[in-house]
Write a protein that binds this ligand. Structure first.
Ligand SMILES: Nc1ncnc2c1ncn2[C@@H]1O[C@H](COP(=O)(O)OP(=O)(O)OP(=O)(O)O)[C@@H](O)[C@H]1O
Ligand SMILES: [Mg+2]
Length: 358
């Protein structure tokens, strides 16, 4: 169960680095950035700097693996976490719903952490099948035993054993994991039907798996956290009322300005003023979206801008060309969508002038 282990490792990593405002303020002035990685510091006078050997020069640059390793628990988030923990402990699943980038997945992982048990992550999608969830027959193993030790006696035995894979839901239900089912409405309602009896009767039916048992009983530690985007988003199936009726749905909204600033400051180790600049730039980018456009730049892009500026020493200033370029690259998808009949570079020039006034 590679995915299960991955999620487990990720959760453990995060647990060891649970942060709050206090930890961030302690880190200020230290030589570590928000991710606990050493920042470049000038060597004290008289110290020899380390010579880079040609071997080291040949090493390819290590790509960063981004994990949610610096969670800022805003007041709103704490309240949701407290309530959700109670509901899950009492055996009721919770469902976080809200627009893209408001922090639903972050919240789910942060909640899962509280239970200190393995986490299974499922991502909703059209092709998720019952076999992915429950498992199924993946083939046969055959063994042959040929015994010709005793002269003139020839004995041959064939053993054919069925090989089964265990689906992710079956694994989680059987072993008492915390299941995070991210964007569950993207899966077909017929696939999600499996959850009805898990959530209501505490059993997982093993339809179509051709196993001997017809269902398994849900482990008492099993907990389920669902997330979804509101239904107006394209490509999303209407959530099934019966399923929603069995879970506690909590709306998640964009963190307020103060919370957004805290997240940016902490995640990217930037100043209050720099965080404010990025938030203002994001607000401006949102204002350029066309009317009736439900897909507007999300807070996630502000986090990306802050992290990239911090890691690549780009001065966060709307008048700085490098910052402008970075911001346009990060927001590129939205800006390109808004250019109508205009030359791309001309439009960028115009928008950069507008950004300077933010
Ligand atoms: N409380 C927080 N502390 C630190 N970072 C946060 C917090 N909330 C959100 N973020 C960051 O904001 C970005 C968006 O969060 P997340 O991916 O959880 O949103 P989402 O609602 O699941 O989005 P989507 O609907 O697109 O999946 C991520 O980069 C995440 O790390
Ligand atoms: Mg998400």
């Amino acid at each position: 169960m590679a995915a299960t282990n991955e999620s487990k490792q990720q959760t453990q990593k995060k647990s060891s680095n649970t942060s709050g405002r206090s930890q961030a303020s302690q880190q200020k002035g230290s030589s570590q950035n928000s991710k606990g990685q050493s920042k470049k510091i000038n060597a004290p006078a008289g110290t020899k700097s380390k010579q880079t050997t040609s071997e080291e020069q040949k090493q390819p640059k290590q790509q960063k693996i981004r994990t949610i390793d610096q969670i800022v628990e805003t007041e709103e988030m704490q309240s949701i976490l407290e309530r959700s923990e109670k509901y899950l402990t009492s055996g009721y699943p919770v469902h976080f719903t809200g627009a893209a980038g408001v922090g639903k997945t972050t919240l789910s992982f942060q909640l899962a952490r509280r239970f200190n048990q393995p986490v299974t992550l499922l991502n909703g999608n059209e092709s998720l099948s019952n076999t992915d969830l429950l498992g199924g027959r993946i083939g046969y193993t055959s063994d042959k035993l040929i015994d010709n030790y005793v002269r003139k006696v020839y004995k041959r035995e064939d053993h054919i054993t069925e090989r089964w894979s265990t689906g992710r839901l079956l694994e989680a239900v059987k072993n008492g994991h915390t299941l995070i089912y991210d964007e569950f409405t993207r899966s077909l309602p017929s696939t999600n039907n499996l959850f009805l009896s898990v959530l209501e009767e505490g059993i997982l039916p093993l339809y179509g798996t051709q196993r001997n048992e017809s269902f398994i009983t849900v482990h008492p530690n099993f907990k389920a956290i669902f997330t979804s985007n509101p239904e107006e988003y394209a490509g999303v199936h209407k959530s099934q009322d019966a399923l929603l009726d069995r879970m506690i749905t909590i709306p998640v909204e964009d963190p307020d300005k103060e919370a957004q600033m805290s997240i940016l400051k902490e995640r990217a180790s930037i100043s209050e003023k720099e965080a404010e600049t990025i938030i203002k730039a994001l607000d401006w980018a949102k204002s350029t979206s066309r009317e009736n456009d439900t897909h507007v730049p999300s807070f996630r892009l502000a986090v990306m801008t802050a992290m990239l500026s911090s890691e690549h020493d780009v001065k966060i200033d709307v008048k700085n060309d490098d910052f402008q370029q970075l911001f346009f690259d990060v927001m590129g998808h939205y800006f390109l969508g808004n250019i109508q009949g205009e030359d791309v570079s001309e439009a960028q020039k115009r928008m950069k002038e507008e950004l300077k006034k933010v």
